[in-house]
Write a protein that binds this ligand. Structure first.
Ligand code: F6R
Length: 240
């Protein structure tokens, strides 16, 4: 794993956007894996800014998001569909039919998960996957204890994850208890992985990722077996 240390969130976002833009310019038919949450917000802002200034086109780009809450309609401001439209998709020239996010309202959720993995396969897998890091080491919504080989599946969110995400909702009770997430087995098949880590509250998780062994109790440790992982971490997230 390659680690790029940056001074702050702004620099992390700038660097991440540069890498993504670079990959799109090298291959405009790229398939991107995308994350939501607080960490990538400014990376998406940078992509939008670049689109406006430099016209990097997303017309041929395909995206697959990591996860979606179960039970929130896409019009709900806390759904990840809404998030992606707000922060990225509505501001660039991407074809909406080429942006895939698990459907948390599907009648048959198991089938939805199976089809999601099939769709990723149909596109030849993910070329570049963007990840944030949960304080408990989750990636996507793969909570501690998730088998490393697991494919896209329905997950019950840990209380710590719901509490961490409650900042986006009016109240903890509004945070869904379940989600669909791309599995670790799916994520790790991505050809290249970019992990963004910012802030003191991620210090413990980042240290565990960098220094401990592969262990299903720490989902992000699956990245240790991958040959092309870059972590961009802010100074305050790196334990001294
Ligand atoms: C989001 C996701 C999560 C977040 C993680 C960190 O799609 O899959 O794994 O990346 O919870 O969240 P933030 O960035 O809000 O600290």
């Amino acid at each position: 794993m390659k680690v790029i240390q940056v001074n702050n969130y702004e620099e992390m976002s700038k660097k991440a956007a540069e890498i993504i833009i670079n990959r799109i310019q090298a291959d405009n038919k790229i398939t991107l894996g995308l994350a939501t949450g607080g960490t990538p917000v400014q990376t998406y802002e940078r992509l939008v800014e670049d689109f406006r200034k430099n016209h990097t086109s997303y017309k041929q780009v395909t995206t697959f998001n990591l996860d979606e809450y179960i039970g929130l309609p896409i019009t709900d401001p806390n759904s990840y569909h809404f998030y992606m439209n707000k922060h990225l998709f509505h501001h660039i020239d991407i074809d909406p039919n080429e942006t895939f996010i698990p459907n948390g309202l599907a009648e048959n959720l198991e089938e939805e998960c199976r089809l999601y993995d099939e769709k990723i396969k149909e596109y030849g897998g993910i070329d570049l996957q963007l990840l944030g890091l949960g304080e408990n080491g989750h990636i996507g919504f793969n909570e501690p204890g998730t088998p490393f080989e697991q494919k896209t599946h329905v997950v019950t969110l840990e209380e710590s994850t719901r509490t961490a995400n409650a900042r986006f909702f009016n109240d903890l009770s509004e945070v869904p208890t379940k989600a669909i997430t791309m599995g670790l087995g799916t994520i790790v098949k991505s050809k290249e992985i970019l992990v963004l880590v910012s802030g003191e509250e991620k210090r413990h998780a980042l240290s565990q990722l960098l220094h401990s062994d592969k262990d299903e109790d720490f989902p992000a440790s699956i990245l240790k077996t991958h040959e092309n992982v870059t972590i961009i971490a802010t100074e305050d997230a790196i334990m001294k």
